[in-house]
Design a protein around this ligand. Sequence first.
Ligand code: NDP
Length: 340
Amino acid sequence: KRVLVTGANGFLALWVARTLLEQGYAVRGTARSEEKGKAFLDVCRKYGDQIEYRVVEDITKDGAFDEAVKDVDAIAHLASPVSFTREDPNDLIIPAVKGTMGVLRSALKFGTNVKRIIITSSCAAVMRDVKAPGSIFNEDDWADEAIQAVKEHGKEAPARAKYRASKALAERGAWEFCEQHKDEIQWDLVTILPPVVIGPPLQDVSTPADLNLSLHEVYQAVFTDTLPAEALKTQYSYVHVRDIAEAHIESLKREEAGGNRIIVSAGTETIQRTRNRMCKLYPEMYASGTLPRGNPDDVGDFIWTYNTDRSRRILGFSYRAIEEILRDTAEDVKLRGWLK
Ligand code: NDP
């Protein structure tokens, strides 16, 4: 079976592609340039003739994926901008929405073998403005307030609202497309919704500045002393990149996954809690002052969490623990020589 993986040179997509290859699938990646396509081939070179790529220079163009979807059995669509610094929300929303709709339209026209399409959405598409501490979000939630904020305030909307709106609009568009075309399509849709994805990068990075956004944020929060004290109480939810790769593959394999939106999140932390856990795992690096301790007794509270019952039920998931995630990440950071 051959799977099309879009944005194949990215952090998550490389893990998805590699895990597919390990399990005997063939993978066709898309990337925006020959150079990025070759970077994907390079990471997966061990799998020789099971991998190939197509250059899709501009995912917003009509028919951009027409060639790429031919002769594939499934599609995992991951190409989408991830940034909290774009001023114009359309820089995120247009590629997110048009890229997603483009994949679906091409699959409708030319994906005659396609049986399932997986779209990597995000917990960002779920997260609502929290009304009261103790909120638990699930797959019925949509980031409508973020969409509204962008509509009302445009460039002045909060940075994260722009990203959340891009993911929510793209995912909602995908579900609407499936509903509108349900009598014509021979495939079904699964959307995977991760929170902050952590783990060793497979992409070529030589300095922390080259990291993709989620890893860069974790690197700054845990391995540098650049955050103000108040920010250490910021909460986030996390998942191991290996679990996200497996979630994509389980979503392909399991018939019952079709038609589901699935939150794939291992747990919730604050940055200070993470630092405290790291201190237990690597006491020597804290004793020597290599890693910043923060305020160990002021860990902060959780205001919201995610209900992940659906992932456990449908994907048969039991998640890698935070300690394993931190150890895998810290060992990678050490290997790269990024610690003093
Ligand atoms: P990366 O930045 O590592 O990869 C993003 C991929 O999308 C790259 O291939 C990139 O191509 C491509 N891309 C970005 N902008 C555009 C654009 N305008 N047009 C075409 N392609 C584009 O990010 P991640 O691997 O972290 O993210 C992959 C997917 O997973 C995204 O859809 C993201 O929203 C989602 N996700 C990620 C999470 C995380 O914590 N990392 C959490 C939840 C969801 P290029 O290299 O050419 O820029």
